[in-house]
Design a binder for this molecule. Structure first.
Ligand code: ADP
Ligand code: MG
Length: 676
């Protein structure tokens, strides 16, 4: 079967390219076909020159004005040209292409597409693609060119070419969806859909193709949940956990009182864990609603009952932070329960020691990353696992525990609030608790959306906040091309900002390419206020809790999804001080302003995300990362809520029908794991 064929069989893929593809998780032709584009480049209508926007790829069309000039030295020749339309004139430059001098006729009409960049002498169109004569652009207009996730050494063109080859060589696959179902929901046929998602002729084809694939992905996911739910419901509770008086005393001792919502959820968890069947519960609560403490109570109570509890965090930084805040709390309140940290970056020796303490049962609460469920770990009596939705504790892991004779309680935390109807579909295997209230001591965050001219003012504002003892985050401009470039960007930005703010203030940075120990060190120092300003990529987005930080400044905020900005905003406003969010935007477009303005109007994460979609222009539709909720390959819970409901309906029907069609459906293979 072609699906399992190695990509080596494709023309043009040798050892080196094969290795690069492997980095992207692509080793077979089937993988390649399912390596869907991350976005599309849309060749849109030319814009009037007076309306070009900095930092965007745009097309202009106009008359060649004056003469083509070539300057610079032999190594770096720069060709310059001016183009004029009814609204203005724009400078255009190319590097190392002196031969262009003889290409253009003065006064001729030309269409150019490229990036608009700000230089000393104003906005410049840099190194654009040339359509000369203009009519040539007509063929491209409105077409979608796939953009793939890349790794350095592999070009977009190389991936596109390989995909095209794979598709051409693919035999027509049988459609897994029954025809009646397809027709009823107006879904495209499978073979059409895979071609359409990679190389759509236009937007209509794209949507049609995508809908079909998303539907199928959701359906497989829902069916797998339903199957597991059936298996799950009868699992007996092997670890009956009663509430211990020490847990109550610990709660009394905390510097704050639980909100009513936290109390309600804590009670639900308590009842589950003391009940007859094993707990599978989701706790939903917006950023800052105080989910961690609820999890800590459950872990502590488990430990006090003589069992072990584990908490799995999505990043090492976060795992370490949880570990430290829990040990600190326990020290403060004299709680003698051994808390253990286990992460992938620990040395082999450190890990071995941790394994020993976990295996003999000395370690009672174990905090970590994925390392918690990897090979070497054997638990003594694991009774509770707390995870976040990003890696819902998978079927396989729980089965592995079950095989060792125990089925732990599971608590899943989610910071992405979604309406109950959707939650029931997505988390059909879980009971749901909602923390729908923020602690009372919070001042609402003040937001502003500003253009880049405000940057200096923002810096002096940060300076003042630091003078008052506070701390700030700056999220660096997004770099789409590669993680390496993103890293460089963060480093440069931090050094620029250090110069700007002066030596009194400690500026540091954080990005995905840093070694774990470096990241930990930076976070520790930020936590202790030895660093006042932290420049970062979005790695800071998940869960970090530094209540003393009061400013969140986001560069290029127009390139982020609003739901993501909402998560970033959640990093401040976590303490008693007034906090501020500064969304910097280089876009002058009214739509962008309106879109970002939503963040001012509401604090409701779901409302924000759905408004975001309503207002997004067609050119932005595919580029921006969406909810980030449960990592589906294509589907997005917010954007595709309708398809999710449809797939749910279809699942009901399929499960009730006599049809043995389900036998043909492959197991759900997506990255969103499900719980049993
Ligand atoms: P999230 O729900 O985003 O995970 P956290 O659990 O990190 O939020 O809590 C955010 C901050 O609020 C933490 O500093 C925590 O100590 C504090 N907090 C939690 N519950 C309360 C409460 N009831 N009253 C006051 N502060 C609280
Ligand atoms: Mg949290």
């Amino acid at each position: 079967m072609i699906d399992k064929t190695s990509i080596r069989e494709l023309k043009g893929i040798g050892d080196k390219t094969q290795k690069l593809f492997e980095k992207l998780g692509v080793s077979t032709v089937g993988d390649l076909i399912r390596y869907y584009p991350r976005g599309y480049d849309v060749y849109e209508d030319p814009v009037p020159i007076s309306e070009v926007e900095e930092d965007r790829t745009q097309t202009i069309s106009g008359a060649i004005y004056g003469r083509v000039q070539v300057s610079g030295n032999a190594k770096m020749q720069v060709t310059t040209l001016y183009v004029k339309d009814l609204t203005g004139t724009l400078k255009v430059i190319w590097f190392r292409m002196p031969f262009l001098r003889s290409t253009f006729a003065r006064g001729g009409a030309v269409t150019l597409r490229g990036r608009i960049v700000r230089r000393r002498d104003g906005l410049v169109l840099e190194h654009p693609e040339i359509f000369y004569p203009c009519e040539k652009y007509g063929d491209r207009l409105n077409t979608l060119q796939p953009l793939y996730g890349l790794t350095s050494g592999l070009t977009n063109n190389a991936v596109a070419k390989a995909v095209r080859q794979a598709l051409d060589g693919m035999n027509l696959a049988a459609d897994l969806l029954p025809k009646e179902l397809r027709l009823r929901y107006g879904l495209a046929e499978y073979n059409y859909a895979v071609r359409g998602i990679h190389f759509p002729e236009d937007k209509e084809v794209f949507f049609h193709a995508r809908d079909r694939l998303v539907f199928e992905e959701f359906l497989a996911f829902i069916l797998s949940i339903r199957r597991l739910k059936d298996k799950n419901e009868k699992l007996a509770n092997e670890y009956v956990i009663e509430e211990k008086p020490e847990t109550g005393a610990f709660l009394q001792g905390l510097p704050f009182r639980l909100t009513d919502a936290q109390q309600k959820v804590w009670k639900e968890i308590g009842e589950d864990m003391a009940g007859e069947t094993v707990m599978s519960r989701l706790v939903q609560g917006d950023v800052g609603s105080g989910k961690t403490i609820v999890a800590v109570l459950a872990l502590l109570n488990t430990a006090l009952n003589g069992y072990q509890g584990a908490m799995m965090a999505p990043t090492e930084v976060l795992a370490r932070q949880h570990y430290e805040s829990i040990t600190r709390l326990f020290d403060t309140y004299g709680i003698k329960v051994k808390v253990e940290l286990l992460t992938g970056s620990m040395t082999a020796k450190e890990k071995r020691r941790a394994y020993d303490r976990i295996e003999c049962g000395y370690a009672r609460i174990i905090i970590g990353t994925h390392a918690l469920i990897q090979g070497g770990v054997n638990y003594d009596c694991l009774a509770l696992v707390v995870t976040d939705e990003q890696h819902r504790f998978g079927v396989k892991q729980r089965e592995a525990f079950a095989k060792k004779g125990s089925v732990p309680h599971v608590l899943v935390m989610s910071a992405t609030p979604i309406p109950r109807t959707l939650a029931i579909i997505l988390y059909g295997d879980l009971d749901i608790s909602v923390i729908d209230e923020l602690p009372a001591n919070r001042l609402p965050i003040k937001n502003c959306v500003v253009d880049t001219g405000y940057r200096k003012t923002a810096y002096s504002f940060m300076k003042k906040q630091v003078a008052e003892g506070r701390q700030c985050y700056v999220i660096c401009p997004m770099v789409e091309e590669s993680e390496t470039m993103e890293a460089e960007n963060v480093v440069d930005y931090a050094s620029m900002l250090q110069d700007e703010l002066g030596g009194e203030i400690e500026v540091s940075y954080l990005h995905g390419k840093m070694r774990q120990t470096q990241k930990d060190d930076i976070m520790d120092r930020f936590g202790r206020n030895e660093i006042q300003v932290l420049v970062s990529t979005t790695v800071i987005e998940v869960g970090i809790d530094v209540p003393n930080a009061t400013v969140m400044m986001v560069e290029n905020s127009e390139r982020f999804g609003l739901a993501q900005l909402h998560q970033l905003r959640g990093r401040v406003g976590r303490g008693k001080h007034q906090s501020y969010c500064i969304f910097m935007s280089s876009s002058k477009s009214k739509d962008t302003k309106e879109r970002l303005g939503i963040l001012n109007k509401t604090n409701d994460g779901f409302k924000i995300a759905s408004e975001d979609l309503r207002l997004r222009g067609p050119g932005d539709l595919f580029g921006i990362r969406q909810s980030g909720l449960m990592d589906f390959r294509l589907g997005d819970v917010y954007q595709d809520a309708k398809l999710l409901q449809m797939a749910n309906e279809a699942a009901d029907e399929l499960l009730n029908s006599e049809n043995d069609w389900m036998k043909n459906l492959p197991d759900y293979e997506g990255t969103s794991s499900v719980i049993i």
